[in-house]
Design a protein around this ligand. Structure first.
Ligand code: SF4
Ligand code: SF4
Length: 316
């Protein structure tokens, strides 16, 4: 079963579609200063492991995990538990050097998703408002040199929300050709995903602000993210949806104040939310969210397994 950690809220890019731009100053400051010290992380992680969580998503709701100065030590700590099944993260792949990348690639239970915000200098700057394409390209080249068949699996997540996929594909082919070892060593056995839509960050972004903005108002049943994206921040709060609830509208408990057994009990707020979603009623951060997620066919077994686990938990 999976839980998320938000160890930082800072980012080194400034993407035009990012929720940062819509936040009030108070929350923005809070996120920019957000940092989970290593000792606190260890306390929270141990509680999660003891409770039965064995998969960890390390991507903050917004922010770049590699800006967290003790990030690698945190992943190392999770790997000290035999029960650990998987650690995953999304990164913009900018804040790296050779030794950091080597270490990152060496974790046996880590999967890395690299967000690609443009495949040429111009597009990258247009998307991120920062002139970092050279660094990104340099790091991809470094990756191609350091990657071994035993390295952590990598997925590329193309996040250029323009309607010109031909341009993106052309650039992608150029980049893949320019980093040939990367192409031949592992690209074929890993994933490439495209994301060309935007959500509304639980209603924070008004309808039709972005091109291809989702409007899932005819949703039904339990949103997959409310089962896999409960997220712990440095205060110990567990936010229901670490993928979208940027304003922290729905906190289901606090790790400093309650045991996980209580946060996930049958009388908990979490159980109440899941029960309501089961009956097509969406409250809290989900009320105005445009991102209702259902598992894709390929993840349906995984979804059933997690749902069964959650049902068991909240019936205790
Ligand atoms: S990299 Fe992610 S968190 Fe940073 S500005 Fe872009 S979308 Fe936002
Ligand atoms: S409905 Fe939206 S806010 Fe609620 S869990 Fe799903 S993605 Fe998150």
């Amino acid at each position: 079963m999976e839980i998320m950690f938000q160890t930082t809220g800072k980012c080194n890019l400034d993407c035009w579609f990012c929720a940062y731009r819509f936040l009030d100053k108070k929350r923005l400051n809070e996120l920019n200063k957000m940092y989970m010290p290593l000792d606190i992380f260890k306390q929270y992680a141990k509680k999660c492991i003891d409770f039965g969580f064995n998969e960890f998503q390390m991507t903050p709701i917004i922010g770049e995990p590699l800006l967290d100065t003790t990030f690698l030590k945190k992943i190392e700590y999770l790997h000290s538990f035999d029960s650990l099944k998987r650690v995953s993260l999304f990164t913009n792949f900018i804040k790296l050097n050779k030794s950091k990348l080597k270490k990152l690639l060496s974790f046996p239970k880590l999967t890395i998703t690299i967000s690609v915000y443009g495949l040429n200098k111009g597009r990258y700057k247009e998307t991120t408002n920062v002139d970092m394409f050279k660094k990104f390209e340099r790091n991809i080249r470094m990756l191609s040199k350091l990657y071994k068949p035993t390295s952590a699996p990598i997925e590329f997540f193309i996040r250029c929300p323009w309607n010109d996929s031909t341009d993106i594909l052309k650039s992608l082919i150029i980049i893949l050709a320019s980093v040939k070892p990367f192409h031949t060593n592992y690209y074929k056995r890993n994933n490439l995903a495209f994301l060309n839509w935007n959500g509304n960050w639980c209603g924070l972004v008004p309808d039709n602000t972005f091109p291809n903005q989702r409007k899932d108002h005819d949703r039904k049943g339990i949103c997959w993210y409310s089962l896999i994206d409960n997220s712990i921040d440095p205060t110990g709060d567990i936010v229901l949806c670490g993928a979208c609830d940027i304003e922290k509208k729905t906190v289901i408990g606090n790790l400093n104040e309650q045991p996980l057994e209580e946060i996930y009990s049958k009388d908990s707020l979490f159980a109440d939310i899941i029960e309501k979603q089961h009956n097509n009623i969406y409250t809290g951060c989900c009320e105005y969210c445009s991102e209702h997620h259902v598992p894709q066919q390929k993840t349906i077994d995984e979804h059933t397994r997690r749902f069964e686990w959650v049902k068991k938990l909240i019936s205790k």
